[in-house]
Design a protein around this ligand. Structure first.
Ligand SMILES: C[S@@+](CC[C@H](N)C(=O)[O-])C[C@H]1O[C@@H](n2cnc3c(N)ncnc32)[C@H](O)[C@@H]1O
Length: 275
C-alpha cells in the first residue's frame, strides 16, 4: 500500500502503545461530535466521507444522520484504530458503513464522489495540508461540503498536559510541544484561524466559515493524561514517576468528584464547500 510523505505520523498512529493510549483520551474528541454533526447538517441518503476517522465515533454519528439509505466511509491510516472502529460499528448494529485503510492525503477512495466530508480532529496531521485538502476536494461532488473540528490554541486548552510533561523530556516532538499554529503536524496546528482559512482557499474550497466553541467536558482523568503520553513526549523512564505526580497535582484543580474531571475545551468547527 502506498502512503504519502507522512511516514512519521503513520507510524505514530499505528504504534500499539500510542493507539491504545489514544483510545483512553478520545473522550476529548467525542466532546466535539455534536457540534460537528450539527454544522455538517447531514441528511438521510447522503454519501459521507469521514477523514481520519480513528475508532469511528464521528463515523457512527454520521451513519445515524444519513440512515437508512445513506452511506459513510471512514478513512484512516491506523490499523489498530480502524479495527476498533469496525468493532464500534458492529456493536451498534449500524448499516451503510465501511472503512478504508489509506492515507487521506493522497488516496482516491473507491466509493467517491461523496456529498459531504467530515473530520473530527483528523485533518491536523498531514505533511502537505494544501495537497491533502485538495485531494479531499477531489473525493467530493461539485459543491460538496467539508466540515471538521480542530483545537483552538494550546493556551486556550489547559487540559493539554504535554507542555507540562515536556519539562521532564528531551524530545522536540510536535505532539509534545503542541505544535505552534502553522507549523508541522500536531493537534494545535490550526490554532491560528488564518492558517486553515488560507489552506482551504488554496485547496479550492469556498464559503469558508468557522464557529468557535468553548465547553466543559466531564471526563475521566485518562482523557487528559495517559501514561502512553510519556512515550509520545519522550519522558525517560527514570523521570516517569515525577512527571506523573506533576500531572496529577496540576489536574486536581479540574476534579469534580472521584475520577470525574471538568475539562475546559476550546475548539473550532470549520465548514467549506468544494468549488
Ligand atoms: C486525533 S485522532 C482523531 C480520531 C477520530 N476522528 C476521533 O475523533 O476520535 C486523528 C486521527 O487521524 C488519523 N490520521 C492522521 N493523518 C492521517 C492521514 N494522512 N490519513 C489517514 N488518517 C490520518 C490518525 O490515524 C487518527 O486516527
Amino acid at each position: 500500500m502506498a502512503f504519502g510523505g507522512n511516514e512519521h505520523e503513520r507510524e505514530r498512529w499505528n504504534h500499539p502503545g500510542f493507539a491504545s493510549g489514544w483510545r483512553r483520551r478520545e473522550g476529548l474528541s467525542e466532546a466535539t461530535t455534536d457540534a460537528l454533526l450539527r454544522r455538517a447538517a447531514l441528511v438521510p441518503g447522503e454519501r459521507v466521507l469521514d477523514i481520519g476517522c480513528g475508532s469511528g465515533p464521528s463515523t457512527l454519528a454520521a451513519a445515524r444522520a444519513v440512515a437508512p439509505s445513506g452511506t459513510v466511509v471512514g478513512v484512516d491510516f491506523s490499523e489498530p484504530l480502524l479495527e476498533a472502529a469496525r468493532q464500534r460499528v458492529a456493536a451498534a448494529g449500524a448499516g451503510g458503513v465501511s472503512f478504508v485503510l489509506a492515507d487521506a492525503e493522497t488516496a482516491s477512495i473507491d466509493a467517491a464522489p461523496f456529498d459531504a466530508a467530515v473530520s473530527q480532529l483528523g485533518v491536523l496531521f498531514f505533511a502537505d495540508s494544501v495537497a491533502a485538502f485538495a485531494n479531499v476536494g477531489r473525493q467530493l461532488v461539485a459543491g460538496g461540503r467539508l466540515t471538521f473540528s480542530c483545537w483552538q490554541p494550546a493556551e486556550a486548552n489547559p487540559w493539554h498536559v504535554a507542555p507540562l510533561l515536556r519539562r521532564f523530556a528531551t524530545s522536540d516532538d510536535n505532539h509534545a510541544q503542541g505544535a505552534a499554529a502553522g507549523s508541522g503536524p500536531g493537534p494545535f496546528r490550526f490554532g491560528d484561524p488564518a492558517v486553515p482559512e488560507q489552506i482551504l482557499a488554496d485547496a479550492g474550497f469556498v464559503d469558508i466559515s468557522r464557529d468557535e466553541i468553548r465547553a466543559v467536558a466531564r471526563l475521566p482523568r485518562s482523557a487528559a493524561y495517559d501514561s502512553s503520553m510519556l512515550l509520545a513526549v519522550g519522558v525517560p523512564e527514570e523521570r516517569a514517576a515525577e512527571a506523573e505526580e506533576a500531572v496529577a497535582s496540576y489536574l486536581e484543580r479540574y476534579r469534580a468528584s472521584g475520577d470525574e474531571y471538568d475539562l475546559p475545551l476550546a475548539y473550532a468547527i470549520w465548514s467549506a464547500a468544494r468549488r
